[in-house]
Design a binder for this molecule. Sequence first.
Ligand SMILES: *Cc1c(COP(=O)(O)O)cnc(C)c1O
Length: 396
Amino acid sequence: MPGFERFGEAEKKGVQQVLDTGVLMRYGFDPMRNGHWKAREMEHALAGRMQARHAHLVSSGTAALTVALAGAGIGAGDEVILPTFTFVASFEAILSVGAVPVLCDIDDTLTLDPRAVQAAIGPKTRAIMPVHMCGSMADLDALKALADANGLYLIEDACQAIGGTYKGKPLGSIGHIGCFSFDYVKTITCGEGGALITSDAQLYERAQAFSDHGHDHVGSDRGAEGHALLGYNYRISELHAAVGLAQLGRLDEFLAVQKHHYTVLRNAIEAMPAVTLRRVPEGGEENYSFLSFFLPDAQQAMRARRELSEAGLDGVFYWYDNNWHYHRQWDHLKSAKSPGPLTGEQQHALNGLENRSFETSDRWMGRALSLLIKLSWTQAELEHRAAVLRSVLAGF
Ligand SMILES: *Cc1c(COP(=O)(O)O)cnc(C)c1O
């Protein structure tokens, strides 16, 4: 998955162009720019590639989620449904706008289980936030139907699945808003950066104003612009956008390499009796950033992880024990270790998490392993990995 593996001349050239103008900021300073608007160019290219009317770049994927929530008008006391398997950014963004995270079980797609989501919808629910973990997607038709039936926003976290599709549409473009991360370990990188896409003009206007202190971005004198609304600073710099613009131009090249590497590993193991591949919803195509599968039970999954690592295979993830991605290790969330006071509703919801169990999620995650797909493997390394996988998993 990591774009940093393929960091080259195009990225350097873009950064040098920005340095030569001296305009490191994405807004203003028009006469000095020499025609370089890296953030704008990347937004234009991203919107086109993702079949959305608007794209807006921000400083991180976490910022994209935050700005998406703010753009949707979600704030104090509103509830947002998110999965038990995600990155901590999901609940960070929700808490940061004053809203309440409502954790919900996953299923064999390793993403939100629509039946669990249905049961979690209540009078204060404002949005469903599926997270397309490890390159594959949630059951978006089912979640969209639930969102529509209940008047909720569907906010796709596609940070780990850029380039994947569902029924022919790019992930991120199916909900009301889609979010991407361009941090250093994602499929394409800005160093640090993120973006949201939407085809809703009002969402876009509010989100982009919110990400830049509420600026209305009308006219060409930044100092004279009006305050459209209260905002914050989640801007991306031109330097980061220059890197991202070059990387975006290489997205399809990266995806093709990932698909090749993924397919070789998948072919090596998919017919093995102990292996069940993660379910990809009908009509979905992964971005091939991970190969995820289940062993028959948690004991065997743990043993497989150990034996794969002893056989020298890196990039094997057992998410069940992971510090950052799975609810079991989120003690700081469950005990509400906030530097300052939370809202009453947030505190109440987090108190309720300490004794909450997520047995369905635990059942799936306990059995799941994910293999990170790298771009930089040589054909020989790839074949060696496939052989190691086969020989270890043959023992199950
Ligand atoms: C990386 C990631 C984010 C946050 O992105 P940052 O750019 O690191 O802030 C959010 N959600 C998921 C699923 C991620 O993997």
